[in-house]
Every structure is written in structure tokens, then in C-alpha cells.
Design a protein around this ligand. Structure first.
Ligand code: ATP
Ligand code: MG
Length: 268
């Protein structure tokens, strides 16, 4: 059974997409079968996974509005066992399109449930060990769809001034979803991103976040690393672009840490 993880933080530019791309790649490299669903109109996760705009025939927009199944929208990537449902600018119109639909918050969950009987591009069933949903920087109907479809939310937090700002709003939204639409939604974890070891502020922010979230914060911290920001312009995950850079190594460690936690949870 897939574990569905919504990568969410309504704050822009905190590393949601970089995490979706590189955590997805790292998990696939460990041998997991992974699907990344790009739910952001910017389409950055699709670009970073090498999917040109012209190749995005069907996107998560079509899935959300019911014009395509997940199997019709899914594409393979350069990484074996890593697939993507691309996103595009049409997603900006989802809110309006679904406005009067009483099931509007369940679109993605229903599409995922229907996928069980569909076939992936490699001829295998549409089954994945993990599904990572890259959310837009808002608490819109798209992010709610992701939280309703998910088992858990992964929150990237940038190690800078005001990192915790807006977080109470994110937690309130998670609570609202839990209290109604998806009672079993959990917080998978908080991942600190763009950590700068030379900057006292990074350490201070990391300390504050750890005292607030405790063990929910991964030990692995993603450093600020220019290779992570260069890689998307080559249409490659950093782990393919430069697997030895500090950013790639950190995402590989994050994947290992998540799998270790998963093993501990299932043994408990
Ligand atoms: P948005 O809210 O706009 O969707 P996001 O939360 O998805 O943004 P990213 O796109 O992953 O954030 O990252 C924002 C910018 O910071 C990008 O240019 C990305 O390449 C860069 N970036 C992300 N993580 C790192 C890092 N660890 N080191 C250096 N640059 C990074
Ligand atoms: Mg993004």
C-alpha cells in the first residue's frame, strides 16, 4: 500500500519542490517505486524532473477536474522507478473550476483510489511505495486535496528569520482536515532546509523549531547548497546532476532516516 505524503507549507520558497524532487529520487535510488504529483501551477517539480512543458499533455489539473485519470497523466522520468504526474499553469484555475462541486476536496483522493486498477507507463500496476505531492505555496483547494488524499504531511522549513511565521496557520489547517475530511492525517515530519552552518541564525532557528516540534524534526538537515538550485535548469534531480554534493547527500540521508523510522514504526 502506498504511503501518500503531502509536502506542504503555504510559505513560498522554503524548499517544498526541491524536497519533492530529491527525496523522491533518493527513495527511488534505494529501490522504492515512487510517484511525484506536481500540484503547483509553477510546474517546477515537473521541470526539475526533466519534463518539458510540451511533454505535459495531461496534468494534475486534468486529474483534479476529472478530465484525466492518473494513469493518463503519469510520465516516466530519467530515474527508473520514479514517475511524475506533471503540473502546469492551468492549476491556477482549479479553485474556480471546482467552486460549486460538493466533492471538490476529494478529487485527488478519489483519483488515487481509482488508480489501483490502472496501468503505469512501464506496464506495471499503478502501485507505488510512496506518493509525494508537491503543494503550491497556499492553503488553497489544491493543498486541501493533497491533505485529504495523504496519510501524512511533510513540512519543509527554511532556516531563516520568521521560519515559524505562518506555521500556526498551517497547523490549524491540518487540524481542520483531521477534524473532518481526513481524521487519520498525521504529521510525517519537519525538515529543516537551506541550513547555513556559518550563520548563527540558522542554528538559532533550528533550535527553536526543535524545541517546538520535538522529535517530529528530522535529524537530517538540508544545507544551503548551490548545486540543489542549479540542477533544475538541467532538468535533473541534484542526485543525478551531482550525487556527491552536500545537498544530494543530505537528501539521501533524509530518505534513509524516513525509511528507518518507518521500520521502527512497523516493528513497534
Ligand atoms: P514555492 O513555494 O514557490 O513552490 P518551494 O517551497 O517549492 O517554493 P523550492 O522551489 O524548492 O521552494 O526552493 C526555492 C528556491 O530555493 C529555488 O530556487 C531552489 O532551487 C532553491 N533551493 C531550495 N533548497 C535549496 C537549498 N537547500 N540550497 C540552495 N538553494 C535551495
Ligand atoms: Mg514549489
Amino acid at each position: 500500500m502506498s504511503k501518500v505524503i503531502a509536502i506542504a507549507n503555504q510559505k513560498g520558497g522554503v524548499g517544498k519542490t526541491t524536497t519533492a524532487i530529491n527525496l523522491g529520487t533518493a527513495l527511488a535510488a534505494i529501490g522504492r517505486r515512487i510517484l511525484v504529483i506536481d500540484c503547483d501551477a509553477q510546474g517546477n517539480a515537473s521541470t526539475g524532473l526533466g519534463i518539458e512543458p510540451s511533454a505535459r499533455k495531461r496534468t494534475s489539473y486534468d486529474v483534479l477536474v476529472g478530465d484525466a485519470t492518473l494513469a493518463e497523466a503519469i510520465l516516466p522520468t530519467e530515474v527508473p522507478s520514479l514517475f511524475v504526474v506533471p503540473g502546469d499553469e492551468n492549476l491556477a484555475g482549479v479553485e474556480t473550476m471546482l467552486h460549486d462541486d460538493p466533492r471538490k476536496n476529494f478529487r485527488l483522493r478519489e483519483a488515487l483510489a481509482a488508480a489501483a486498477s490502472q496501468t503505469a507507463p512501464d506496464g506495471q500496476p499503478m502501485q507505488f511505495d510512496s506518493i509525494l505531492i508537491d503543494c503550491p505555496p497556499s492553503l488553497s483547494v489544491i493543498t486541501i486535496n493533497a491533505m485529504v488524499a495523504a496519510n501524512a504531511v511533510l513540512v519543509p522549513l527554511q532556516c531563516e528569520f520568521l521560519a515559524l511565521e505562518g506555521l500556526s496557520q498551517l497547523m490549524r489547517t491540518i487540524d481542520l482536515v483531521r477534524n473532518g475530511l481526513n481524521p487519520s492525517l498525521e504529521i510525517e515530519g519537519v525538515v529543516l532546509t537551506m541550513y547555513d552552518a556559518r550563520n548563527n541564525l540558522s542554528a538559532q532557528v533550528a533550535g527553536e523549531v526543535r524545541s517546538f516540534f520535538g522529535s517530529k524534526v528530522y535529524e537530517t538537515v538540508i544545507p544551503r547548497n548551490v548545486r540543489l538550485s542549479e540542477a533544475p535548469s538541467f532538468g535533473k534531480p541534484a542526485i543525478l546532476y551531482d550525487h556527491k554534493c552536500s545537498g544530494s547527500e543530505a537528501y539521501i540521508r533524509l530518505a534513509q532516516e524516513m525509511l528507518q523510522q518507518e521500520r521502527e514504526r512497523s516493528a513497534a
